[in-house]
Design a protein around this ligand. Structure first.
Ligand SMILES: *[C@@H]1O[C@H](CO)[C@@H](O)[C@H](O)[C@H]1NC(C)=O
Ligand SMILES: *[C@@H]1O[C@H](CO)[C@@H](O)[C@H](O)[C@H]1NC(C)=O
Ligand SMILES: *[C@@H]1O[C@H](CO)[C@@H](O)[C@H](O)[C@H]1NC(C)=O
Ligand SMILES: *[C@@H]1O[C@H](CO)[C@@H](O)[C@H](O)[C@H]1NC(C)=O
Length: 446
């Protein structure tokens, strides 16, 4: 077809130029073929677009449609032609920099059950603020082309099949506030830079993240952080208390965290939900938690905590639910019974029902807990250079829906609790050379 020819070539050039720009930008100048496709997207000459940005969006959306191998609800059936703003799931609005121009400002294919991957060309959607594809079957990684999405504010990739290392391309997105990667198969550690980023909500639960939570976690300004159901290990970072001004909900449940609870938890005065259940936490509940005046839900069950529950905690005005079953607590104030929802089973509480056996308690409680032995303060290694900055975190359970996003929470999948054997002590026998702003350890048991 003769008349298609020039345009075909023109747009093939545009797309490949775009891709080499991205690859040059992200590989420090060395040219590298990041992506190649059998059928480059071309724009038929008979298509008339309102403006050039919508034409670029056409290329992006057609490339994406080509990258889909199953669309059981026919959501993309009308994804053809130049009227991209009429495509199912595509939202257009006036451009920020030029109100007279209409551009694609959002994509929402939530609950589409679509299988496929995300192509590099999605980086052509430079005007989008929302990208919501939760509950589909997209796999692979997040393309580096996403680095072009400088207006992207909400990224919801939850409940898909994305895999590989934490997608660092999101760190560079200057407008990103809401990051939802839960229910995927991401693995490895988390970059420290994630916690320096000005996010409002971070959902990483139910992936395969491993290693420690970065020590700078407390620098994050998020209001919601869910790291549940991963394989994070090591300490709850002592920087935790720094999030007092902004943090509302934090869910660290179902990981392999092993340390005492930081002493200055009480600084988290705006937290309403705190869940550290299903870990390997030891020591006592810090008395300072009695200052968490907004706390409504506190779940510490299934750990190895001991000591007496501080009365200050049960006296908290807003506390509704307190679960501390399956630990080794030896005492609880009567006041706790007044809570609406309350569970103290499987502890070492005298005269209470459903407790551990005397022998079990005796054996466990005979070994005093030394919080310092977990070396949770920033440690300068004895003989080697500073520790790597990569630490993982875990995402939240379904019980706590994402506050700030319009997206629906993904359906819950059963996630088996991940238990790992107690962590070995760090090889370095010395005390930390770096002074930490606060001690993270709870008092040792007597
Ligand atoms: C999707 O489209 C195909 C072909 O047009 C049709 O056979 C199928 O029933 C449609 N599926 C749904 C869920 O509408
Ligand atoms: C933190 O809590 C106080 C009351 O305890 C409230 O006045 C303030 O608005 C809250 N801040 C945020 C960011 O939620
Ligand atoms: C209390 O928690 C335990 C697990 O720690 C659970 O097995 C039990 O069913 C709970 N009891 C109530 C009344 O919720
Ligand atoms: C912090 O812990 C260290 C080591 O256990 C101890 O020497 C020091 O007094 C503690 N500081 C505070 C402020 O509790």
């Amino acid at each position: 077809m003769r008349i298609y020819q020039p345009t075909v070539l023109l747009f093939a050039t545009v797309v490949s130029l775009y891709i080499s720009t991205v690859s040059a930008a992200t590989s420090g100048g060395s040219r590298q073929l990041l992506y190649s496709r059998d059928n480059p997207i071309t724009v038929p000459p008979y298509l008339i677009f309102e403006n050039e940005r919508l034409e670029r969006a056409y290329v992006a959306l057609q490339a994406w449609k080509q990258a889909m191998i199953s669309d059981p609800w026919n959501l993309t059936l009308n994804w053809f032609g130049s009227r991209v703003c009429d495509y199912n799931g595509v939202v257009c609005s006036s451009s920020i920099d030029d109100p007279l121009i209409k551009t694609v400002s959002g994509v929402d294919l939530n609950h589409g059950d679509i299988a496929g991957h995300l192509p590099e060309e999605l980086g052509l959607l430079t005007d989008i603020a929302l990208f919501h594809v939760n509950s589909n079957r997209f796999c692979g990684t997040i393309p580096l082309g996403f680095s072009q999405l400088s207006l992207l504010y909400e990224l919801d990739l939850s409940n898909n099949r994305f895999a590989g290392k934490f997608p660092s391309v999101v760190i560079g997105l200057p407008s990103l506030k809401y990051l939802d990667l839960r229910y995927n198969e991401f693995e490895g550690g988390l970059p420290e830079s994630l916690f320096e980023k000005d996010l409002d909500a971070l959902f990483l639960n139910s992936n395969r993240f491993t290693s420690k939570i970065p020590v700078n976690m407390g620098n994050s300004p998020v209001s919601v952080m869910v790291l549940a159901s991963n394989r994070f290990e090591g300490c709850i970072p002592t920087s935790f208390g720094r999030m007092g001004k902004t943090l509302n909900e934090i869910i660290l449940m179902d990981n392999g965290l092993q340390s005492c609870i930081p002493n200055d938890m009480g600084l988290l005065k705006n937290v309403t939900v705190l869940d550290v259940s299903y870990n390997w936490l030891v020591g006592e509940l810090p008395e300072s938690m009695g200052q968490m005046e907004n706390l409504e839900v506190l779940n510490v069950e299934r750990n190895m905590l001991s000591g007496v529950i501080p009365e200050e905690i049960c006296a908290l005005n807003n506390l509704i639910e307190f679960k501390f079953g399956s630990n080794y607590f030896t005492g609880e104030p009567l006041m706790c019974r007044n809570l609406e929802s309350y569970n103290n089973t499987m502890n070492c509480l005298k005269d209470e029902k459903a407790q551990r056996t005397t022998m079990e308690c005796k054996v466990f409680l005979s070994k005093p807990v030394d919080c310092n032995s977990y070396k949770c303060n920033p440690v300068t290694p004895c003989l080697s250079p500073p520790p790597p900055q990569i630490l993982p975190s875990a995402p939240p359970p379904e019980l706590y829906p994402p506050a700030p996003s319009p997206s629906q929470p993904p359906p819950s999948r059963p996630s088996p609790p991940i238990y790992s054997p107690p962590p070995p002590l760090p090889p370095c026998a010395q005390q930390p050379a770096v002074q930490s702003p606060q001690n993270s350890s709870s008092p040792s048991m007597n």
